[in-house]
Each structure stands twice: as C-alpha cells, then as structure tokens.
Design a protein around this ligand. Structure first.
Ligand SMILES: [Mg+2]
Length: 348
C-alpha cells in the first residue's frame, strides 16, 4: 500500500474514533467481529433478521460541485442518501463500506472535513464504517455500500400497492430542490437564504418511521423520494402494476418565500419534481389508514420523530398517473424529476 493511501485511511479512521462511531450501534445479537484494517470485514448477523444491501454513488460534477458544496455536507449527504434506501425497505442500517477516489489536493483538509461530516451522519444513523478502498482520481468519486437488517419477512417492497389504497408521504416536499436552486442561482451569498440550504446539504433520513411502518405492517408498498415525487411514484406504480391519482392541494409543499417565488420557484413544481427530499412514499390499505390517525399510533409516531404524514391521493387500477388541481380538474402527471441520462436535464 502506498504511503499516501495509508495516510488517507488514517485520516478517515481518526474522524470515526474521535466521534465514537465504531460499531457500538449494531442491533442486539449482531456483531462486527473485524472492522477497518483487515482484508475484509466480518459481521455476525442477529438471529431472525434478514440482511438488506444497497449501494450508492456520489460523484463530483454529477451529484455535487467541488467548489460549491462544503466538504462536511458532501460526507454527510453521501451516507445519508444511501441510508435512505434502507429506510425505504423498513431496514435498520448496520455497517457500510466506502470506496473513495480523490484528487491529490483534496487529501488534506478537504478529506478531514468530509470524513467528519460522514462520521456525524454515521453516529446519527447508527451505522459503523467497516472498511473501504481509496484511490487517486481527477475528481471526487465516492461509492458506498450499506448493509442493514430487518426482521424476517417484514421488508417493504415497491410492488405491494393495490388499487383503492391510499398514498402517503412523510415530511414536506421540494425543500431540498429549493436549497439547490438557491445555490445554483448564487443566492447563497445572501445570509437570509442560508437556512433554506439545510434540506439540500444535510438531508434527514426517515429511519425510525420506515422501520415502524414495516414492523407495524401498515405500509403495503414503500420507497424513498430521491429523484422527485413524480418520478419515484411512477416507479412505485410500475412495480405494483397500478396507477395513481394525486391531489395537488394536499401535497405538503415546502414554503417558498414570496421573493423566490417571483423568481420562478414554484412550490407545486418543486414538490412534484424536486429531488433529494429523502422522504418516504408509501401506500396503506384504506381500512388500516384510520389507524395512522388513531391516538395510540399518533403516540407511536411521536416516538419516531414527530414526522408529519400526509395522504396525497389514492392508488388506481388504471395504469397512469393523474394530478387533480385545486378546482378538481385532472391532467396527466408525468415523471419530470431527476434523471441523469435525460438529454437536456439541467446538470447540477
Ligand atoms: Mg431509493
């Protein structure tokens, strides 16, 4: 191993030991027997659980800008967005592997700050770094593999939605895209807009809610909203072989200050097509939906973080998506969220 590579690994390892995120968050019965430093990590899974795996890339130029996004936010978000895919299954994260390629000039302070942001996310999410690989590259390239677990047979898939069920989302929609637009338009220089960057830079992951929805078996289908509601709902509908009717007036759209709305930032458009909110999108059979509003459930929901849940529409037999506006008029809802391969899609 090159000396530079050893130094990089040492820097990453230091961020973790400083913050105390070293595997103590594993669920009862699971154990990280060998972590960073050997040829591979060894993990003993807990009895009665199933393993859930995901991987995610976070690339300079495609997902963030090296000279715009603060390095600690890059580290935080790289892990948070990957963990959101585990939340979407109802799984609890356990350990992750990090493949990291950096230009030489980012192997010092930039790396320290990025690793600190990632270690903070790791502590909040209860996930331990189990190992990784480092390399030199002209642009920052990160690839994270996460392993989580779920009680046997309770993982929630995208394919379980049935006609007549209700469609819910957690939290608000469009806040992350609003933050990105503020950065894109150079408005972040103005102090007053900076609090609006938070949802874009440090997304919250709905781990407790996802786990609770899976364990309580209330959700028949679930996924996280990473590329925008219109695009991700289309994926859920395709996987389930159903369609959807969404009511625009019911969408929990993030508030857009009037001055930004005048500059063309439309709350409805942001809520429908804005990416990276990492909220949960899930369907619930009608007879169970009442239970989401029952006092006992509201109490349980308070424990999972006071996340607002909003019913935004219902699942239809006809396999297309429809948007009903405030006056009751319907139009086709087309997937217009983030797609890295779509020609003409504004790059970050
Ligand atoms: Mg996802």
């Amino acid at each position: 191993m090159a000396r530079g590579e050893e130094a990089m690994i040492e820097r990453i390892r230091r961020s973790y030991s400083a913050g105390g995120a070293a595997g103590e968050n594993l669920p009862a019965g699971a154990r990280l027997i060998t972590g960073i430093g050997d040829d591979a990590a060894v993990l003993r899974p807990a009895a009665g659980r199933e393993l859930v795996l995901t991987c995610d890339q976070f690339l300079e130029g495609a997902h963030f800008l090296g000279n715009v996004h603060p390095p600690d936010a890059v580290g935080y978000k790289a892990l948070a967005r990957a963990a959101s895919d585990l939340a979407a299954m109802g799984a609890r994260p356990q350990v992750f592997l990090l493949s990291l390629a950096l230009p030489r000039e980012k192997t010092g302070r930039w790396l320290d700050s990025m690793a600190r942001g990632m270690a903070r996310a790791a502590r909040e999410l209860g996930i331990a770094l189990a190992g990784g690989d480092t390399s030199e590259c002209r642009r920052v390239s990160m690839s994270l593999t996460l392993l989580g677990d779920v009680r046997r047979g309770t993982g929630v898939l995208r394919s379980g939605a049935r006609p007549g069920e209700l469609i819910f989302v957690s939290g608000t929609l469009g806040a992350a895209q609003l933050g990105l637009e503020i950065l894109r338009r150079g408005l972040a220089r103005e102090r007053r807009w900076r609090p609006l960057l938070r949802a874009h830079l440090y997304p919250r992951v709905r781990l407790d809610l996802g786990e609770w929805l899976a364990a309580s078996r209330l959700a028949s289908a679930m996924m996280d909203i990473s590329d925008g509601l219109s695009t991700d709902l289309a994926r859920l509908c395709a996987a389930s072989g159903v369609g959807a009717r969404i009511y625009a007036a019911k969408l929990p759209a993030a508030r857009v200050p009037a001055e930004l709305a005048r500059r063309g930032l439309d709350p409805l458009e942001l809520a429908l097509d804005g990416g990276e909110d990492y909220e949960l999108l899930f369907t619930v059979p009608r007879r169970l939906a009442q239970r989401l509003l029952a006092p006992r459930v509201r109490h349980a929901l308070r424990r999972v973080g006071r996340v607002p849940l909003t019913c935004i529409g219902d699942v239809t037999r006809q396999r297309r998506m429809v948007l009903v506006d405030a006056r009751g008029r319907s139009r086709a809802l087309l997937p217009r969220g983030w797609d890295p391969f779509r020609i003409g899609h504004p790059r970050i």
